[in-house]
Structure formats: structure tokens, C-alpha cells
Design a protein around this ligand. Structure first.
Ligand code: ITT
Length: 190
């Protein structure tokens, strides 16, 4: 497949991961800024899918090229699924892990399960589609590792945090990797 997609995001880490995951599949990802769309629409949906569609549509309406958007977040079972769609707004950037550890400090090990969730919205001139991916893990007791971004230093998969995985290891198991592979499968049928 040889295809170019615009990614409707202002998050450089998401863009990097999407490029890493899709490049080997023959899909080139350009940022919304590179495509000339300098916008940040209000994410006032209540689901990952709604917010992904809001972002994809805002950029598609400007660039009129096949566009994807990622809406994602961390759902913690002991917190009834929070921060969920509000993950980006849970704490000031860079402080989300400390805040989560503090909120979870009295939660015992057997109740620390969580998942990362990701919805990718895809829009082109004919079609609108969403694809989901998830990754199950647990919230650790301390921040570990320097790779990745956001909640990665406290999200444990096995005995390592996601921030201790290499980029390839993370992409192979991540919520974003799963949703983008589903997108690839979908695009392969078009
Ligand atoms: P855009 O809306 O511009 O794409 P954003 O960072 O605001 O960027 P979201 O609204 O989808 O994106 O918020 C997702 C938040 O969830 C993100 O800021 C992180 O805090 C967290 N998150 C999502 N994927 C993650 C991952 O792979 N690792 C760690 N944290 C992640």
C-alpha cells in the first residue's frame, strides 16, 4: 500500500508513534501543521470515538485529504474508568503520573488494573470510519522509565512500565498500535 494520511493532532508523541507503526506498512503520515491546518477544535465529546471524529473532521474540512485522528486515554478500574476521555486534562502536562500515583496510593495491588484505549477516526471523500484498540495493564507504585509519554511511566505491562519498553516493543502491544493496525487492514480492503 502506498498512501498518504494527514494526522489531526498537536501531540508530537502520537505523531511519532503513528509514523513508526504505519511506515513499515507503506503509509506515510503528515502532521496537520505540515498539511496547513493549524487548528485545535474543542473536544467536547463524551467518548473516544466522538472526540476522534471531531478532530478528524475539523482537519479534513481544511485539507480535504484522507485524514486520521487519535483520541486516547487511560481507564483505571479502581477509579471507575477515570481519567478516560479526560486523560489529557487530568493534570498539568508532565504531572499526570504523580497525580495518579497520589490518587491511587491506598489502592491494593489486586485492584490496580487499568487499560489504555485508543480510537482512530478516518475520513476521506467517501467514507468515515472509526477503529479501536486497547492495552490491558496495571498501575505501578512509582514512575519508571524515560521512553514514551503521558502515563507510560506508571503503566505496567508484565514487570516493566511502558516507559521502559523500546518504541518497537510499545508499538507492538499498544492501544495505538492495535487501532492503527485495524486501520491498515481496513485501508487494504479499499
Ligand atoms: P491531540 O488531541 O492533539 O491528538 P492530546 O494529547 O490532547 O493530543 P487526547 O485528547 O487524545 O490527546 O489525550 C490523550 C491523553 O491520554 C494524552 O495526553 C496522554 O496523557 C494519555 N495517553 C494517550 N495515549 C498514551 C500513551 O500511549 N501513553 C501514555 N499516555 C497516553
Amino acid at each position: 500500500m502506498n498512501k498518504k494520511l494527514v494526522m489531526a493532532t498537536n501531540n508530537a508523541n502520537k505523531l511519532r508513534e503513528a509514523r513508526e507503526i504505519l511506515a513499515p506498512l507503506g503509509i506515510e503520515v503528515i502532521s496537520q501543521r505540515e498539511a496547513g491546518a493549524d487548528c485545535e477544535p474543542e473536544e467536547n465529546g463524551t467518548t473516544f470515538a466522538e472526540n476522534a471524529m471531531i478532530k478528524a473532521k475539523a482537519v479534513y474540512d481544511i485539507v480535504k485529504l484522507p485524514t486520521i485522528a487519535d483520541d486516547s486515554g487511560l481507564c483505571v478500574n479502581a477509579l471507575d474508568g477515570r481519567p478516560g476521555v479526560y486523560s489529557a486534562r487530568y493534570a498539568p502536562k508532565g504531572q499526570e503520573c504523580q497525580k495518579l500515583l497520589e490518587e491511587m496510593k491506598d489502592v491494593p495491588d489486586d485492584r490496580r488494573t487499568a487499560s489504555f484505549q485508543c480510537t482512530i477516526a478516518y475520513i476521506d471523500e467517501n467514507e468515515v470510519k472509526t477503529m479501536n484498540g486497547g492495552c490491558i495493564g496495571r498501575i505501578g507504585h512509582e514512575m519508571r522509565g524515560t521512553n514514551g509519554f503521558g502515563y507510560d511511566p506508571v503503566f505496567m505491562v508484565g514487570d516493566r512500565t511502558m516507559a521502559e519498553l523500546t518504541a518497537d516493543e510499545k508499538n507492538a502491544i499498544s492501544h495505538r498500535g492495535a487501532a492503527l493496525k485495524a486501520l491498515f487492514d481496513y485501508l487494504s480492503t479499499k
